[in-house]
Design a protein around this ligand. Sequence first.
Ligand SMILES: [Mg+2]
Ligand SMILES: [Zn+2]
Length: 260
Amino acid sequence: MSSLSPSESVLVKELFVSSKTPVQERVNMLAVFDFDHTIVDGNSDIVARNLITPSILIPNSKNYPHNWTQYMQQVFNVIKSIKIPAQKIIDAVSLMSPTEGMLKLIRALYKNDVDIIVASDSNSLFIQNWLKYNKLSGAVSCIYTNPAKIEDDLIIIEPYTLQRACTMCNMNMCKGTIVKEHLSRKNKKYENIFYFGDGKNDLCPVLKLSQMDVAFPRLGYILDNLLKSRTTLAKVKPWRTGDDIYEYLVSLELISANNV
Ligand SMILES: [Mg+2]
Ligand SMILES: [Zn+2]
């Protein structure tokens, strides 16, 4: 058996390495989605509350300062008291329209192997059922939200957590901590994080992003305005539709257009 010259040996080694390496190296990316006014074009809690008639029965949110989950529990109690089944609330939320272009964007991210999570101050029943109705359950790997269940035809909602460490966020949820904990739980280094949101509680996680990440505030909404006076290391790319985001990610070759 003839032995290889040193240069041939290097070539063989390189061929071996390249044959084991995928043609297109997969980059680990994480997409974090808010739910209300981001994935869906509206607020799921308001859709639920609007089922209450006459409107005089709608509880006053001013009586529940800083405690939205307790307020929503009161909303669900009233809905039950007027004999509207819990399933009717779930159905009303499941029928909410996605924000324009969002279904295509989420499908494209999923097909490009981007890890997709949802962080929302809505609740688990609303989000899980909406995703199921829109055939996206399999695309989302984790949902971080207030847990909810149906008991005796009443929706019971509990706060996601009780925190005082972050003063920027509500007591029941700090989305910055959610993203941080997701990263440590996954024990995975993401090359890029994309954060999609519209609201005040999306500011904390956006301020914690790195220069490799992109914050996508919905144009003209609260987060977009807040980011005009706050600085984040991440690139900031306001959007009107999911198609804007899709085109942007394709143009940067972060996702492939063929993969939709
Ligand atoms: Mg929102
Ligand atoms: Zn926070």
